[in-house]
Every structure is written in structure tokens, then in C-alpha cells.
Write a protein that binds this ligand. Structure first.
Ligand code: SF4
Length: 346
């Protein structure tokens, strides 16, 4: 649905200035209008290729510009990825998100990515990838393979962005989001709190997302994970109320998007997480690792869900998978078909 409501900066700023409890009440009312408040969408995140990234994102241990203790790992084998996806499904995830520390995928990577998407779709999971900048042809190839979501975060306001990343322009990010949308893939895009940004930068980031032609279906709000060796490792801690406030404003400005409590959740106590859910967060990453940084252990999440009366949202797939599997089998076993892919050659 096209976005008819264009937010103004002063409206976003006004939301940030509201008394906390009033803001929470408003966010909760909006949340209940659009979602079942007892349901949480659960995603699992896997790193397909770790480290040695040419980008210089100042928060990221995977950047080759900084010396951290992170061990780089080459591209995972397809069968290992599928096995991880199977485990994620057994643990209750409905979406399998995969990241590769690239500036952008190369043409030679495309068959690998397409094959992974098809196989994971056959497991009955939604798929999401984050691979850096995409061109239009790559976006449409990923869409044709069945990719449901593409993640490309704006990270922060356009004003503050250059203090955090210099190797990729803000506009390049917006262009990728546009290509993803045009290809028919849903957008996952959000930001990070704790980079050293002002409240105004937070308002501008949410404004940028809310005023996209169609706001992102999924909005990860991350709390900076301070990793030794990265330039932001000594940043000031974010006040929990400021973080919760950002979630509440995101919920008010993007009422129908899923708001994901993402990186940094491991450092939050149960009470902070509960307030985030009250503010309108309704999606989490599940599993012990988020790309390269820790995440709460799965059983701790289940205990928290039980305490709060939350349950995992059922998998929402819009295709008949038997039909999809048959179609796929026909494609990938027919050497003449352009979808045929020789996995043994990777
Ligand atoms: S955030 Fe992504 S693009 Fe930036 S350095 Fe890390 S892996 Fe690379």
C-alpha cells in the first residue's frame, strides 16, 4: 500500500518530547489496533560469510578497517546453510535471515544465493538476506528465486551518517532499497541507537523510513554492541528509557510495520525487553549469535516469553509448498532449465 501519510520532522520531534508514559500508552494503543499484542515474530540470523568487509562502518567488528578479535570465515557451504535453517525452524523461527560481509554481491555469487533461497523456501521458512548494495538485475534475480525480505539498514540520520560510514553513501542505501522494492521484495531497514547520535538524528532516521514510498515491513532497532577494536567501543551507554522511547516513536510513525528488537538485546534485562514489547516491538532475533555478536540464549527467551504471555507468531507463507517443491524439483533437475544449478561445483 502506498504511503499517503508524509511525516514532518516537527511531528517526529514532538513524539520524542512526549512524557514517557503518555508515549507508551499511545504506542500501545496503535500497536493493538494493528497486531495481536501476544504474538512475536521470530527470526534467526546466520552469517554466510564473516569478516574482511571492505566497508568502514565504525560499529562493526566485521570491517577490515579495524583490528578486533573476529576470525574471518569464507562463504558457507550450501548444505551447512540449509542445515542451520532446518534447526532454526525446529526452534520456532518463521524467518531465516542471512548476511554476508560484502560491499555488494558479485555475479558469481548469484547462483549460490538463488539456490539457498529456493531450498530454504522449500523448508517452509520465509527468507531474508543482507548482502550490501544491489543492482536492479540482482534484486530481480533474488526476487525470482523467492526472497521475501532484503535487509539494508539506513543506520542513522543522513546528517550523522558520514561520521559513521564513509565508504558507502546514504543515497546508495536509499537506491538499493528502491531497487529491492521495485523487484517486489519486502524491505527490512532500521538503525542503531548509541552511535553518538542526537535525539534529532533518531527522529530524522525514523522520518526517512516512515516517508519511504512504502515504509519497511520490518524495522530492526539495534542498540550499539560495543566491540573492542572498533572506533565506537568507548561510546556512552544508551539509557534504557531513551531506547524504549525510540521503539515507541517507531511504532507510532509506522503502525503496520514489524519492529524488531535486534542487536544489543543481550545486554537488556527482562524488564527493559518487556517495556520494548509494550512500546510496540513485535519481532526478535532468536538464537545465541547475531552475525558475530552475542544474543540471549534461546531458553532464556522462552522463559521471558512465558513470563510475559507471549507466543511465537505462526509461519505466514503465501504459497502452497508442495506445489512450490514440485515446481522447484522440475527446475533444478532439468539441465536445460536456466534455474539448473550444479551445487557440487561450488
Ligand atoms: S555493517 Fe555490514 S557493510 Fe558495514 S562493515 Fe559490517 S559487514 Fe560490512
Amino acid at each position: 500500500m502506498l504511503n499517503n501519510h508524509q511525516w514532518k520532522l516537527k511531528d517526529a520531534q514532538r513524539c520524542f518530547e512526549k512524557p514517557f508514559l503518555e508515549l507508551m500508552f499511545e504506542a500501545q494503543q496503535i500497536h493493538r489496533k494493528h497486531f495481536d499484542p501476544s504474538q512475536i515474530q521470530i527470526s534467526t540470523l546466520l552469517s554466510l560469510k564473516t569478516g574482511a568487509c571492505p566497508e568502514d562502518c565504525k560499529y562493526c567488528p566485521q570491517s577490515s578497517h579495524y583490528k578486533t578479535n573476529l576470525k574471518s570465515e569464507p562463504l558457507m557451504k550450501i548444505q551447512s546453510v540449509i542445515e542451520k535453517a532446518r534447526q532454526a525452524k525446529q526452534s520456532g523461527s518463521s524467518r531465516f535471515c542471512m548476511g554476508a560481509a560484502w560491499k555488494n554481491p558479485q555475479e558469481r555469487d548469484m547462483p549460490y544465493l538463488e539456490q539457498i533461497i529456493r531450498e530454504i523456501k522449500c523448508l517452509g521458512l520465509e527468507t531474508c538476506m543482507t548482502l550490501g548494495t544491489l543492482n536492479a538485475s540482482q534484486a530481480s534475480r533474488l526476487a525470482a528465486a523467492g526472497l521475501d525480505f532484503y535487509n539494508h539498514n539506513l543506520d542513522t540520520s543522513s546528517r550523522f551518517y558520514n561520521s559513521i560510514i564513509t565508504t558507502r553513501k546514504y543515497q546508495e542505501r536509499l537506491d538499493t532499497l528502491n531497487k529491492v522494492r521495485e523487484a517486489g521484495i519486502k524491505i527490512c531497514s532500521g538503525g542503531i541507537i548509541g552511535l553518538g547520535e542526537t535525539v534529532n538524528d533518531r527522529a530524522e532516521l525514523l522520518l526517512e523510513l516512515a516517508n519511504l514510498p512504502i515504509p519497511p515491513e520490518s524495522i530492526p532497532i539495534n542498540m550499539l554492541v560495543k566491540v573492542e577494536g572498533t572506533p565506537l567501543s568507548n561510546n556512552k551507554d544508551v539509557d534504557a528509557f531513551d531506547f524504549i522511547r525510540t521503539i515507541a516513536v517507531a511504532r507510532i510513525m509506522m503502525p503496520t510495520s514489524r519492529i524488531r528488537l535486534s542487536a544489543g538485546r543481550e545486554k537488556m534485562n527482562d524488564q527493559t525487553q518487556a517495556m520494548c514489547f509494550m512500546a510496540g516491538a513485535n519481532s526478535i532475533f532468536y538464537g545465541c549469535k547475531l552475525l558475530t555478536t552475542p544474543n540471549p540464549k534461546e531458553n532464556e527467551d522462552l522463559m521471558l516469553f512465558r513470563k510475559l504471555g507471549l507466543r511465537a507468531e505462526p509461519i505466514n507463507i503465501d504459497r502452497d509448498y508442495d506445489e512450490y517443491k514440485n515446481e522447484l524439483n522440475n527446475q533444478i533437475t532439468d539441465k536445460k532449465n536456466k534455474q539448473f544449478y550444479n551445487a557440487a561445483a561450488t
